[in-house]
Design a protein around this ligand. Structure first.
Ligand code: 13P
Length: 243
């Protein structure tokens, strides 16, 4: 069985002290798993997490598109390459509130890979596009993939997360059929670049302890990206522990 990935995006939540307690409690509660667990805390606790991460892997929620220098408030891959294994790139909240465009996202993927941090590229359509039907969704997702990934991208060192905007924080996750359809769109785009590598494709958007098993059962979904439900260590440990 191939590895299943569970990613926890804590977003802009928890003080430093709360993050410390969270990691302690999660480490105790997670006992029974074979998956790769990747935590994406707020930057304020990144360094603490890297020293105490134990059995988990560590990711950063965003990276700058440049390597160092004039980037007030920003963090470069070169600064955290010894702390982090993964980065989230192109999350819809970054695209929307920080006006990140496809060119910036593509540069972030490249710089992340150059610093040995595996990027997790987030893609996903808004509700309007979804309501227009499948061919519009196909165009939207293909465009996001084709603009972010090029022949320069190392396909051995990237993951893609399908996170429809309408499913994020709404309590309404996408159906397995919808997700598997989009996974096929993503695979078709990737195969045009290279057929040589298998890129893990994950799902995110209102994943909870109630529906996580469904996603795990699909042979096509290689992992989940959990937002709100990951904030409570008890709930996240229920999603992770099984058997
Ligand atoms: P929710 O799980 O809160 O819907 O958030 C998903 C997400 O944006 C993870 O990156």
């Amino acid at each position: 069985m191939s590895k299943f990935y569970i990613l926890a995006n804590l977003k802009m939540n928890k003080s430093f002290d709360q993050s410390v307690k969270y990691l302690e409690s999660l480490s105790k509660k997670v006992t029974n798993y074979d998956d790769e667990i990747i935590l994406f805390p707020s930057n304020i606790s990144l360094e603490y997490f890297s020293r105490n991460i134990g059995k988990f892997k560590l990711g950063i929620q965003d990276l700058d598109f440049r390597n160092e220098g004039q980037g007030t408030g920003s963090i470069a891959a070169s600064q955290v390459k010894n702390l982090c294994d993964y980065s989230l790139i192109g999350h819809s909240e970054r695209r929307q509130h920080f006006f990140e465009n496809d060119e910036i996202i593509s540069r972030k993927i490249n710089i992340s890979q150059k610093n040995n941090i595996t990027p997790v590229l987030c893609v996903g359509e808004d509700l309007d596009t979804r309501n227009k039907g499948f061919s519009e969704v196909e165009k939207f997702i293909s465009n996001q993939i084709n603009k972010a990934i090029s022949e320069e991208t190392d396909l051995r060192n990237i993951m893609i997360a399908y996170e429809p905007i309408w499913a994020i924080g709404t309590g309404k996750s996408a159906s397995i059929i919808d997700i598997e359809e989009v996974i096929l769109i993503i695979k078709n785009c990737l195969e045009k670049i290279s057929k040589q590598f298998i890129v893990p494709i994950l799902y995110g958007g209102s994943v909870s302890e109630k529906n996580s098993e469904e996603f795990r059962k699909s042979k096509k979904i290689n992992g989940i990206l959990v937002g709100s439900a990951s904030l409570d260590s008890e709930i996240l440990s229920k999603i992770i522990n099984y058997g």
